[in-house]
Design a protein around this ligand. Sequence first.
Ligand SMILES: C[S@@+](CC[C@H](N)C(=O)[O-])C[C@H]1O[C@@H](n2cnc3c(N)ncnc32)[C@H](O)[C@@H]1O
Length: 321
Amino acid sequence: MSVTQIESNTRQAEPSSRLQRFLNCYWLRPENAFWMSLRSQALESHPMTGPSIDLSCGDGVFSFLHAGGDFSCEYDVFQEVGHLDDVRDAFADMFDHASVGHEPEITNRPDSKFDVGTDLKPNMLLKACRLDFYECLVEHDHNLEMPFENDAFQTVHCNSAYWVQNIDQFMRELRRITRSGGRILLSVKLDAMRDYTLNSHRDKLGQRWLDIIGRGRIESWPSLCSDETWKQRFKSAGLDIVSRTPFITATHAHIWDIGLRPIAPLLVRMANALEEHTRQEIKSDWIDLLSELLLPLHDASFNLAPQKQEPAEILYELTPN
Ligand SMILES: C[S@@+](CC[C@H](N)C(=O)[O-])C[C@H]1O[C@@H](n2cnc3c(N)ncnc32)[C@H](O)[C@@H]1O
């Protein structure tokens, strides 16, 4: 065996980095993979002791990867999408679609599972069900009271509170379902994100340009607010802060703002029209390149701005008082 062969065999035997595992699933939206990987890194030192619940779990892929799960390199979330023609102008969610018989190839199962996962969208829950990572999945709108007993959970995880309109009730519900001494792991976005866009250059770029880049996403998140307001919300709901971990800086948020979002539906159509082995070859080179470009920035404190700016997302560890 040549030295090159030995080296390449050794490389293949190394476990994939967290960022690579996220890129494998979300390669056509590298900026999302990057953000999720930083979110997962922030969660690392927080055990998810059972009974545990993942609120707004979506297709479960984030929590599955975070827990150490992995998929074959042939799998990614863009294989099972719909409404591609409506994504750009009607803001349709391409992932709100499930195909009968589509099974992800799992190469590594996490050591632990969530007891419960919830989401508003049945298609997302169907996908989550295939991972065999949730003991029970419940369709639920978090603007309403939750169908769980008081003190039911030791760990409550949620990274999607910014979608919930009825946010103060949601916070009280988090407290109600969490045991005394239990933990709520809440990743919250801040409205400082609005400043980490090119919106202040509207006079030069025009509204149409900003709409193409933004796709109305920040405007459709009803609970985005300042860090101070999040803290007030926790206090009013009877929740104490155990720890606070900012992990997305202004620079990360700027990179995310000008990501591949506007062309994602076209990229997905193009990738899915390729022969399987060609798609796989391109995907593999794509991930290698993106890993190399993003890894030096994959640090919760990476910020190019000279002055201190608010983070864009913070992980709060909360407990009922
Ligand atoms: C950005 S995704 C995140 C999913 C998952 N937690 C993850 O990290 O990949 C937001 C999720 O929130 C869900 N969602 C939005 N509004 C909701 C609501 N009112 N009640 C429950 N789930 C909701 C969506 O269906 C979607 O799956």
